[in-house]
Design a protein around this ligand. Structure first.
Ligand SMILES: *Cc1c(COP(=O)(O)O)cnc(C)c1O
Length: 398
């Protein structure tokens, strides 16, 4: 907003100011939505000048517009020390962009066994076909990951807490081991966002987010981002451009709108999730609640050490019963819809099977597993809905 010395504000204040540079807003509060492919040049001299500096202003739609730069700046600004951010049309596209920015044929890559399933599919499908060897590792390995690092190891991929089962990784210990061997670290930070886990401050080189989740926050757009530190930014930027990755202006506008309320929403999501997790833990149909925010969870201490708050998501393991018994519960829930994704204002529930997406570790449960996203409804209403559903499950499974 000013070209003077960088001002330092609390993160909530920064989220309100982010991306609202006067060059982008032209004097209104929100950056206008630029629908653009062609950008035109007045003179040959101007054209020649732009050819020399394609990133210094409007050039061609794919390379960005003020709408896009505003969101990229906002995401970069969520880290104290990020060099830049590129947008992608989905979180999975952003994951692919991050790997392709870093890996070449013959590389070895270490991937947390609890990574989001499409990350595993991307690794075992595309990366493998390109000659990149992907090895999955126990997410709880911590500093012992140094034993898995080889001379040809290019990158270590983390996701914390892990998908579906929410194991918290010792990211600082893994980063320290990686730095000793000059290995690039990538984290999928979708669960926490930089607000709850400032990943680059923890030494991570590249952060991937599915903006579809908390940044957009309203279940109405898909987008992903890759944010990098100074060393990796040129590779990330060049790769995104060469792959032709970009996001549509109306979706970017929605994501930017989401940024303004992100902190408030996350705070409320977290409060409700912890209250709900603690309540359902008391139900006799529940064998376990996979929620590192609850005291007594095996990952609670690490979560408390590194995270600045809880997010919306946890899982419950049911005490016996079969998958088909879930129908009695989920078919009649009034506030939890069944569907993929999370991060929107509305609560979601999803039957999941973690044992089918693990290869380096074993996972088993005494009954079906449900992943729960607590939306912005009243917590007591959500708890009552789940408790009644658990009663129905118990009766069906008896
Ligand atoms: C949803 C999700 C993604 C993929 O994002 P899309 O925008 O749906 O492609 C990646 N990582 C995690 C952890 C996710 O939850």
């Amino acid at each position: 907003m000013s070209d003077g010395a960088p001002e330092k504000f609390a993160s909530d204040t920064q989220l309100i100011r982010a991306g609202r540079d006067a060059r982008y807003t032209q004097g209104v509060v929100n950056p206008p939505v630029y629908h653009a492919s062609t950008c035109t040049f007045e003179t040959l001299a101007e054209f020649d000048e732009r050819l020399k500096h394609p990133d210094d202003g409007l050039y061609y739609g794919r390379r960005g517009t003020p709408t896009i730069w505003a969101l990229e700046d906002a995401l970069t600004g969520m880290h104290a020390d990020a060099a830049g951010t590129k947008l992608f049309p989905s979180g999975v596209a952003a994951l692919a962009g991050a790997f392709l920015a870093v890996c070449r044929a013959g590389d070895h890559v270490l991937i947390a066994d609890t990574a989001y399933e499409p990350t595993r599919v991307l690794a075992n499908g595309v990366l493998k076909r390109m000659g990149v060897e992907c090895e999955f590792y126990d997410p709880l390995i911590g500093g012992d990951i140094s034993g898995l690092i080889r001379d040809d190891t290019r990158a270590i991929f983390m996701e914390s807490p892990g998908s579906l089962t929410f194991e918290v990784q010792d990211v600082p210990a893994i980063v320290a081991a990686a730095k000793k061997r000059d290995v690039t670290t990538i984290v999928d930070n979708t669960w926490a966002t930089p607000l709850l886990f400032p990943s680059l401050q923890h030494g991570v080189d590249i952060e991937v987010q599915s903006l579809t989740k908390f940044i957009v926050g309203h279940s109405d757009a898909m987008m992903g981002s890759v944010t990098a530190n100074k060393a990796l930014w040129p590779r990330v930027k060049a790769t995104a451009l060469r792959l032709g990755q970009c996001a549509g202006p109306d979706d970017v506008f929605l994501a930017l709108r989401g940024v303004r309320t992100l902190s408030m929403r996350l705070h409320r999501h977290g409060e409700t999730a912890l209250k709900t997790a603690a309540a359902v833990q008391m139900h006799s149909a529940v064998a376990d609640v996979l929620c590192p925010g609850l005291p007594g969870n095996p990952h609670h201490d690490l979560w408390q050490r590194d995270f600045l708050g809880y997010s919306s998501l946890f899982s419950i393991v049911l005490n016996g019963g079969e998958r088909h018994h879930l129908a009695a519960m989920v078919d009649d829930l009034r506030l939890f819809s069944m569907g993929f994704s999370f991060g929107g204002f509305e609560s979601l529930i999803l039957p999941v099977s973690p044992e089918t997406v693990r290869s380096a570790t074993q996972w088993s449960a005494p009954g079906p597993v449900l992943r729960i996203h607590c939306g912005l409804e009243d917590a007591d209403d959500l708890i009552a809905d789940l408790m009644a559903g658990l009663d129905r499950f118990q009766k069906a499974a008896a």
